[in-house]
Design a binder for this molecule. Structure first.
Ligand SMILES: Cc1cc2nc3c(=O)[nH]c(=O)nc-3n(C[C@H](O)[C@H](O)[C@H](O)COP(=O)(O)O)c2cc1C
Length: 206
């Protein structure tokens, strides 16, 4: 069984989403003795933004230079490891009301027409099924359903929409929020998130 562990916080050892996503991975390791963990740290090894040349380069008719060949190999590897994973854990902080641009660049490599979704006469159809998805989200303020800033939140809402688009519509969502409000709230948010992680089941397709 394979677990893909994705992180996108720029704060390294001080990152809440990194600490919590690692706790989610540890939880699944305790539940599945045979788990192989594949790491995709988008800050240590960034995935480049899409370019027109990259899209054109996917055609077999196009000649590639070495740099483009390396780009195509990386893009293929990112998609292949996503498709091969049974469990996907994505750590995402909220930066300026949305996900880090490094994570968006990764999303652009896994949302691929003909591979992870297709267009049909009835609209787009997701092609990714039978995987467990866990979103681990951290944010300085409050954006929950009762918050006056709820409509400003474009990180959790984007990730849920995009993963639903490709077929993964029932993620587990771990949220630690209000982290910048004060030390007490930060501690409370961390404790609640850790407690939630401790209840994650061993199911694969949630
Ligand atoms: C560049 C940057 C932008 C941020 N923008 C927001 C924001 O729009 N809303 C918010 O609630 N918190 C914001 N924060 C606070 C982070 O969401 C918070 O510190 C969170 O813990 C970051 O996750 P991390 O600890 O995993 O890096 C921002 C932090 C940084 C560094």
């Amino acid at each position: 069984m394979k677990l893909l562990h994705v992180d996108s916080s720029i704060l390294g050892g001080n990152s809440v989403s990194r600490e919590l996503s690692a706790a989610v991975v540890a939880r699944f390791q305790s539940l599945h003795g045979d788990l192989e963990v594949i790491r995709r740290d988008l800050i240590e090894t960034p995935v480049a933004h899409l370019t027109g040349a990259y899209l054109a380069g996917q055609s077999a008719d196009v000649q590639h230079d070495q740099a483009m060949q390396e780009e195509l190999t990386l893009g293929g590897a990112v998609l292949a490891e996503f498709m091969a994973a049974d469990i996907i854990v994505v750590g995402s902080p909220l930066y300026n009301l949305t996900i880090p641009s490094q994570l968006k660049a990764w999303m652009d490599r896994i949302v691929v027409a003909g591979k992870t979704f297709r267009y049909t006469p009835n609209g787009p159809e997701g092609l990714v099924h039978g995987k467990r998805l866990v979103l681990v989200l951290s944010r300085g303020g409050f954006y929950g359903p009762t918050s006056p800033r709820h409509s400003f939140e474009h990180g959790e809402s984007y990730l849920k929409s995009m993963f639903t688009f490709i077929g993964l519509s029932h993620p587990d969502v771990i949220v630690a929020e209000g982290l910048a409000v004060n030390a007490e709230q930060r501690q409370k948010a961390l404790e609640e998130a850790r407690a939630q992680i401790g209840t994650l089941s061993d199911a694969i397709a949630a």
